[in-house]
Design a protein around this ligand. Structure first.
Ligand code: NAD
Length: 330
């Protein structure tokens, strides 16, 4: 019997009836755990062939080194910055994600935030709820004809570019890696994108290269009326620099779904501002996304247990020395 261990976060994925049934067909069982830290995870998942991780604890080099049977670690999500992929690769452990379950959701969320900023929806709603009528200046900005800069032209960024273009925006794109994409985007360098855009939407993974991509220097390149939308990872924007730019009027507005510290602390200085919209990491949420997420995670596991490989593995360089199923339970 192979062992799959689900490391829960808040328990909102339970029950796991479909997963248990699918795994039973390939001779695997599912154990559900919660782990306060890496030591607790190692204790509870020592015999795991496969680990499914929601958010915490992170699979660091130290944790991975103490999981001798682990052949496959899967993230319940697109980003996999919770895993030390280099260490996993050295150890022969394949790492996979759920690459496309929420592409439309996050793109639509980014556009919803962008439109909420351009039309002042949240600010105006507060006024409407208080009975204020046509109150104060209306710094609304028409999206049609505005310039939208998209950083990261992968699955989500590409879709954002297509939708923004359908609204009549001029779309600039920056991505040093992605090949030509099927969207009406003018590719420019980062500096030109930041200087010219009225709205900037970020869609890059969190890596050592992208951490604090938005810092004092990059934020200073943006126009004082411009707005930043971040639905990728909190660590891409240095919060202190963002707060300073907003306070100094060097940046017009921000809409954030992700934060350096999650959940967002009660005394966070981004709270309580008319020009900042905060959503609690909800960008990927929809019943359709949840259904597809379950299919992608469980499907990759079944594929790996059957064949020793899965299409969603993100470190293909592990393949020649991958631990594989044979080295685990079978
Ligand atoms: P993707 O891999 O399809 O696209 C990411 C793109 O970023 C790639 O084209 C890559 O070339 C580009 N990139 C990498 N480094 C870059 C850099 N330094 N500058 C510019 N571009 C760079 O991923 P995706 O499916 O579009 O998802 C993007 C990110 O969105 C994920 O990594 C994840 O962290 C985040 N995400 C957030 C939520 C949420 O709930 N808010 C949900 C899903 C994904």
């Amino acid at each position: 019997m192979s062992s799959v261990v689900q490391v829960e976060y808040v328990g909102d994925l339970a029950p796991y009836d479909d997963e248990v049934a699918a795994l039973a067909e390939v001779g695997a069982d599912l154990t559900v755990i919660r782990a306060a830290d890496g030591d607790a995870l190692v204790d509870a998942a020592r015999d795991a062939d496969v680990i499914w991780l929601e958010w915490t604890p992170h699979l660091t080099r130290d944790v991975l080194a103490r999981l001798p049977r682990l052949g496959l670690a899967i993230r319940w999500g697109v980003g996999y910055d919770q895993f030390d992929v280099a260490a996993a690769t050295e150890l022969g452990i394949a790492v996979a994600n759920a690459p496309s379950y929420c592409t439309e959701d996050v793109a639509e969320h980014a556009l919803a935030l962008l439109l909420a900023l351009s039309r002042q929806v949240v600010h105006r709603d507060r006024q409407g709820q208080q009975g204020l009528w046509r109150h104060g200046p209306a710094p609304h900005r028409r999206l049609a004809g505005s310039t939208v800069g998209v950083i990261g032209l992968g699955r989500i960024g590409g879709r954002v570019a297509r939708i923004a273009s359908a609204f009549g925006a001029n779309v600039l794109g920056y991505d040093p890696v992605a090949p030509t994409i099927d969207a009406p985007v003018r590719r420019v360098d980062l500096e030109e994108l930041l200087r010219e855009s009225d709205f900037v939407s970020v869609h890059v993974p969190l890596t050592e290269t992208t951490r604090h991509l938005f810092d004092t220097g990059t934020l200073a390149l943006m126009q004082p009326h411009a707005a930043l939308v971040n639905t990728s990872r909190g660590g891409i924007v240095r919060q202190e620099a963002l707060v300073e730019a907003l306070d100094a009027g060097r940046l017009g507005a921000a809409a954030l779904d992700v934060f350096e510290q999650e959940p967002l602390p009660a005394d966070n200085p981004l709270r309580g501002r008319d020009n900042v919209i905060l959503t609690p990491h909800e960008g990927a949420n929809s019943p359709q996304a949840l259904r597809d997420l379950r299919r992608e995670v469980c499907g990759a596991t079944v594929e790996w247990l059957r064949t020793g490989w899965a299409a969603s593995i993100v470190n293909p360089q592990v393949r020649p020395h991958a631990r594989g199923v044979a080295q685990g339970a079978r």
